[in-house]
Design a protein around this ligand. Structure first.
Ligand code: OOG
Ligand code: NI
Length: 463
């Protein structure tokens, strides 16, 4: 009998839903975020902005309510390499490399996500995955102790490992195994109120960097946030404040525009959670830790390398003049400076396409009546034969990610800049290369154009 395997897209969708249910019970404010986002999305899709956004029907609109990203922080190369194998079973692959050293965050990161257009449409679940850079602990004894603690832990259940191996050797998982796999892998992301270090060690690690304490002191890489996607982040931010959620003062990323680009994000501060620390004498000490927080995001069009360079340059110019203060006192001035500077970015899909700044999916708006062989893409767009719809940005932004990390670590964590990290060191730990996000977007654009031109040509021949 031929083996029938569960579709990796379906395993990923099940896993994303299971993660959402678990996080909702662990962090009730996440449920508030889901409600706010659901409401603002319904309002946007039912309002005038829907036509401007021009999302591809079905493909981009139906996935929104299922859409979310999570984040975890891993301790060792072995953990990262195994995590990559686990995610691969769900059709998630490492895309992009994020160097956060300039922001004094002692990790480097990638995002595991689906890569093909159909897989993204089925379920775009992504996990921002960071690897701790232990070499940044200057105190040699503490570094050795942290390494020993990490080496001694196993963040995957035996069944999660066995099912991953089974999927690899058989080429997939049966429906039944896929269900078991989802439940087993979920365990890795669960919050543990029992630390695996005593409170003195925790405090020492915390003094070195709060992120180091967060990774080293626990049994596993608890999911630290789960972020739903909103179509109107300013409305969602207002909704967060109205519900009394302690939202960050500024939205990270580009300013509000008619045609959204890249990624805008806002978060609320980490929760203070009770933790039991074991003591050498067998008793427990109760302490607390802040790890988990809430975040929402709005995704816009993916930029080309040219568009991204313009984005980076424009943002850097603003931030050289004014940096958002963590207490929010200059939030209005920062947002105004951002608005002003981003006037350099055209704010229509067509201009973004014409100037080679962003990536688009093509569709046939109307079959041509005459010959089109010698018409350029621009001419076909002008003639209303081809239509454009934005390719949604599926990745992350290092400056924004640094802002998210920092706002949730508190100001005390702002420390010296670290030595530069290294992509090749990260890939060596991962055991694979990270995909180039720009190449993935370009490929989706080219394929959509080729498909449309082919159909137009065929229709022309049979006419
Ligand atoms: C990850 C922070 C980055 C984002 O959306 O940019 C991130 C973390 O805090 O572990 O999730
Ligand atoms: Ni995030």
């Amino acid at each position: 009998m031929a083996a029938r395997f569960a579709n990796p897209d379906a395993i990923r969708a099940d896993f994303s839903a299971a993660m959402s249910a678990m996080y909702r019970s662990e962090v009730p404010a996440y449920g508030d975020l889901l409600e706010i986002v659901e409401q603002t999305n319904a309002e946007t899709l039912g309002g005038a902005q829907a036509a401007v956004l021009n999302l591809t029907p079905d493909e981009d609109t139906t996935r929104i309510s299922q859409e979310r990203h999570g984040a975890i922080r891993l301790g060792t190369a072995q953990e990262l390499a195994m995590m990559a194998r686990v995610f691969a079973v769900m059709g998630m692959y490492p895309v992009g490399y994020y160097d956060l050293s300039a922001a004094a965050v002692p990790v480097h990161s990638t995002a595991f996500r689906p890569v093909s257009r159909t897989a993204l449409a089925a379920n775009p679940f992504r996990v921002f995955t960071s690897l701790l850079r232990l070499e940044l602990i200057a105190d040699e004894a503490l570094r050795a102790q942290a390494a020993a603690i990490l080496d001694g832990r196993q963040i995957f259940t035996p069944n999660a490992i066995a099912l991953t191996q089974k999927a690899e050797s058989a080429g997939g998982l049966s429906e039944q195994d896929a269900q078991a796999f989802v439940a087993e892998v979920l365990e890795t992301f669960r919050w543990h109120a029992d630390a695996c270090v005593d409170i003195q060690t925790f405090e020492q690690l915390n003094d070195t960097h709060r992120l180091i304490a967060d990774v080293v002191s626990f049994k596993g890489p608890h999911i630290n946030h789960l972020t739903p996607r909103t179509l109107d982040i300013d409305a969602a931010q207002a909704g967060m404040i109205a519900r009394g959620l302690p939202a960050k003062a500024v939205v990270e990323g580009p300013p509000r525009r008619e045609c959204p680009i890249l990624l805008r994000q806002t978060s609320f501060k980490a929760l203070e959670e009770k933790v039991n620390f074991p003591s050498k004498d067998g008793t427990e000490t109760i302490g607390s830790h802040t790890a988990r927080f809430g975040e929402i995001e709005q995704r816009g069009v993916a930029l080309t390398p040219k568009g991204r360079a313009l984005y980076d340059q424009t943002l850097a110019a603003v931030r050289a003049e004014i940096l958002p203060a963590s207490d929010g006192t200059n939030a209005d001035a920062y947002m105004a400076a951002l608005d002003q500077a981003f006037q350099v970015f055209p704010d229509s899909w067509r201009a973004l396409y014409d100037e080679g700044l962003a990536h688009f999916k093509f569709s046939i708006a109307q079959m041509p009546s005459g010959k089109v062989d010698d018409m350029s893409v621009s001419a076909l767009l002008d003639a209303g034969v081809l239509g454009l719809s934005p390719i949604i940005y599926e990745d992350f932004l290092p400056v924004s990610a640094a802002g998210i990390f920092q706002s949730n670590l508190g100001d005390a964590a702002a420390q010296d800049r670290h030595a530069a990290s290294s992509k090749s060191a990260f890939e060596a730990a991962l055991g694979a290369e990270t995909a180039d996000e720009f190449a993935l977007y370009a490929q989706i654009e080219q394929e959509s154009l080729a498909t449309c031109l082919d159909q137009i040509r065929k229709a022309g021949q049979s006419a």
